[in-house]
Ligand binder design. Structure first.
Ligand code: MIC
Ligand code: SF4
Length: 747
């Protein structure tokens, strides 16, 4: 594994020198990594926010939910082996119900078919396979594969977690993974660069989570779209590698392409602790290439498109939520906010862990809080659930007594998997549609995300704060500034959390759950039962027929936030992630109909029937050979990388999605699947669309990069309103549209 990294580092000096000469300026870290991974230096242009980068990727990562489509699409390319080191991680499909061992047993039986498919395909095509229970993809990647200066893509939006080890790690749709595994370069819009200058040191209760929750409040959920967040400055060194991982992980909530930290001692220490001393030495040898040029630090204004200053010493713990990760306030303001909004202060559950906060350091610091409470005679007042990030973490915190501490406090340790974070959480403590409050250290809190109920109000904060709140059972307690009653009624005050970043006695080794691919893949066959209800081989989408879109009905005009969780919910639906027809039954289930305010349903304007699930309407229109469009608002498709949010609409007849703005991964997913993503030239045009209107998109034969298209809105009274819409398609992407999908264009 070291040789390709050595070769990459050795190639950097010349490349970087050339870029400095050509651009006549110093280089940021992001630029160094991009330059080092350029597919064709001579042909590449570098206009930030405009150029399309074509890059050589070092590694591809997939998880069991999105990985199914990634592999099914890879298989359409007809290759015998993957062209790039790749791994599959079984983490999303494990349901949290009654604790780790029971949940694991159930998962292996329930998901047997999908695991057998992923396992056999991995074996056959040369892909490393991480078994269920081995851990959450991003934690396992950080422990085993992430490396400073590298470029990785992953079929999961939180892939940027790898930025904690100084790499550009980027979340993409499954088809991007399929293409790169088939040997193509990977393409992305050259992101703009946001420099976040960190000074001071984290201390007291403040933790890495607070850096990113604070930033979410500052920049909002679309503030990072098509941007890389690059952290720099002396403060970076006060944060552990896993803490940096937390910050980069949750940069996905800004919509950022990715986030990255410069290489430092903390990363080297982490590499050594995870059995990669040779890599640490190598990175130290080439350290100059793995940090921004010194002149960037003295004149950041000239090098970044935007600058943010954060003094870590001033940072207070933050709590965000409910329903959006940018609804932010410092903990000292939480109680007032809860009262002002009439949210229930009483907490129903407290959860720690997930891919964003399950490092040894997180667990140690949370256990330090737990121990204080236990010593004072307190116990958790709410169910307290812990999801370790990996088997390595789990075994180590078990050995070090941390699991015992959590259990003594009243906690339950769940399997090393996504569990409640992705809605794989079988809750029995609240009724359906019962408004209730939960607090977690996860990264997402969209309505319905954790337990399928939009009435659950989910707040996010650091694991330390979650643990302290679990003792109080109420959001009205501020553990940083206030006391709570002890068992004797006397006030009890927590002291700030402490804890080593890495286990003193090293990580426990053993059953990590990795299976290498077969030596001879040709002898392995991929297991898909022909009558499977969970897996279905893909049929190519039809080519564009060369005609304009003429008077198409609007399936849905969405109102408010339309995340991928609204378009293609997860939870119980994860079951059908490998079966396009089955999963399409969830299409737009969470999307709020702008004409009625109701989620998931609308009028079939062809029959007049009202209150029909969108998917049923779409199937009716598909059967009649009628295409349709979607109208939406800001940051449409925010959140997950799941391409099902583009594939289901495509499969059921969507031709174009017209919105105020898109989230990056989703916009690309739409393009890849052959749907036309359009944005209103004038954002108020959103208001022009009525329920019974028909929509034409004209001039498609002369579709060209940067040239707006004309959209006509035909009103029921016979009037027509004409508006302009923009698109961001390149020549190549127009080719995908014409071919019906990127895969068709490839074939
Ligand atoms: C998520 O956090 O939303 C997920 C579940 O990890 C998704 C991937 C998926 O939908 O399978 C993501 O972030 O990309
Ligand atoms: Fe899994 Fe949650 Fe992380 Fe997504 S955000 S990878 S669902 S733990």
């Amino acid at each position: 594994m070291l040789d390709p990294i050595r070769a990459l580092y050795a190639s950097m000096a010349d490349r970087l020198a050339q870029a400095r000469r050509d651009w006549k300026r110093p280089l940021t870290l992001s630029e160094k990594i991009l330059v080092a991974h350029t597919h064709d230096w001579k042909a590449q242009t570098w206009d930030r926010g405009k150029a399309q980068l074509r890059l050589k990727v070092d590694r591809v990562a997939m998880q069991d939910a999105t990985g199914q489509m990634a592999l099914l699409q890879f298989m359409q390319a007809g290759k015998s082996q993957v062209a790039v080191p790749s791994t599959v991680h079984c983490d999303h499909l494990i349901r949290a119900q009654s604790g780790a061992s029971d949940d694991m047993r159930r998962a292996v039986t329930e998901n047997n078919e999908v695991y057998a498919f992923l396992h056999s395909a991995s074996k056959k095509y040369g892909i490393g396979f991480w078994k269920p229970g081995s851990g959450i993809i991003h934690q396992v990647l950080l422990e085993n594969y992430a490396f400073p200066g590298g470029l990785m893509i992953g079929a999961d939006s939180h892939t940027p977690n790898g930025g904690g080890l100084g790499m550009l790690a980027i979340g993409v749709g499954g088809v991007d993974c399929g293409e790169v595994m088939a040997g193509l370069p990977w393409e992305v819009l050259h992101p703009k660069l946001v420099g976040v200058h960190l000074t001071g040191k984290l201390s007291g209760w403040a933790s890495p989570k607070d850096v990113i929750t604070y930033l979410c409040g500052l920049l909002t959920v679309k503030g990072g779209t098509n941007k890389i967040i690059e952290y720099f400055g002396p403060g970076t060194q006060s944060i552990s590698a896993t803490g940096k991982g937390t910050i980069c992980n949750m940069g996905a909530e800004l919509g950022a392409t990715t986030s990255v930290f410069p290489f430092d001692d903390r990363m080297a220490t982490y590499l050594r602790a995870t059995d990669r001393a040779d890599l640490a030495r190598l990175a130290e040898e080439y350290a100059d290439h793995l940090v921004p040029d010194p002149e960037v630090l003295s004149n950041p204004k000239a090098c970044y498109d935007e600058l943010v200053e954060i003094d870590l010493a001033e940072l207070e713990p933050h709590v965000v939520g409910p329903h959006s990760p940018d609804r932010d306030r410092p903990i000292s303001k939480l109680a007032d906010d809860v009262r002002a909004n009439g949210w229930p202060a009483h907490m129903k559950s407290a959860l720690i862990g997930s891919c964003t906060n399950s490092s040894y350091e997180d667990m140690r610091r949370a256990a330090h809080i737990a121990m204080q409470g236990i010593k004072a005679g307190l116990r958790a007042k709410t169910p307290f659930l812990i999801t370790p990030g990996s088997e390595r973490i789990y075994q180590t915190i078990k050995r070090d007594g941390i699991v015992a501490t959590f259990e003594e406090m009243g906690g339950t340790v769940l399997a090393n998997a996504c569990g409640p974070c992705i809605g794989q959480w079988k809750r029995s403590d609240v009724g359906k549609d019962e408004t209730n409050t939960i607090v977690s250290s996860f990264n997402r809190n969209f309505p319905g995300r954790n337990d399928g109920s939009a009435a659950t109000l989910s707040f996010l904060t650091s694991p330390e704060i979650v643990t302290a709140l679990a003792f109080a059972g109420t959001l009205e307690f501020d553990p940083v500034h206030a006391t709570m009653p002890g068992p004797d009624g006397r006030p009890f005050r927590f002291t700030p959390p402490e804890g080593e970043e890495l286990p003193r006695d090293g990580f426990v080794k053993g059953e990590e759950g990795y299976e290498p691919p077969a030596a001879d893949g040709a002898a392995v066959s991929v297991v898909i039962a022909p009558d499977s209800e969970r897996l279905q081989l893909l049929q190519p989408f039809p080519r564009w027929d060369g005609r304009d879109f003429d008077r198409l009905p609007i399936l849905v005009k969405t109102q408010g936030k339309t995340t991928t969780d609204h378009i293609s919910p997860a939870g119980a639906w994860l079951r059908y992630r490998g079966h396009l027809d089955r999963i399409s039954d969830n299409m737009f289930l969470g999307a709020v109909n702008a004409f009625t305010g109701e989620a998931g349903k609308g009028v079939n304007v062809l029959t007049g029937e009202a209150g029909v699930p969108f998917t049923k309407i779409a199937r009716d229109w598909k059967a009649k050979g009628i295409g349709w469009v979607v109208v939406g608002g800001e940051n449409y498709g925010e959140g997950s990388s799941r391409e099902h949010a583009a594939m289901s609409p495509r499969y059921l007849g969507c031709r174009a999605v017209l919105v105020r703005s898109f989230a990056r991964i989703h916009e690309t997913n739409l393009k890849k699947q052959g749907i036309l993503p359009l944005t209103f030239a004038d954002p108020t045009d959103y208001d022009l669309f009525g329920e019974a209107d028909r929509v034409s998109v004209v001039g498609l034969q002369s579709l060209a990069p940067a040239r707006p298209v004309e959209v006509r809105i035909h009103k029921p009274d016979g009037k027509t309103v004409t508006i302009q819409a923009r698109h961001s398609l390149t020549d190549e992407q127009i080719g995908w549209f014409r071919a019906g999908s990127a895969l068709n264009a490839l074939a």
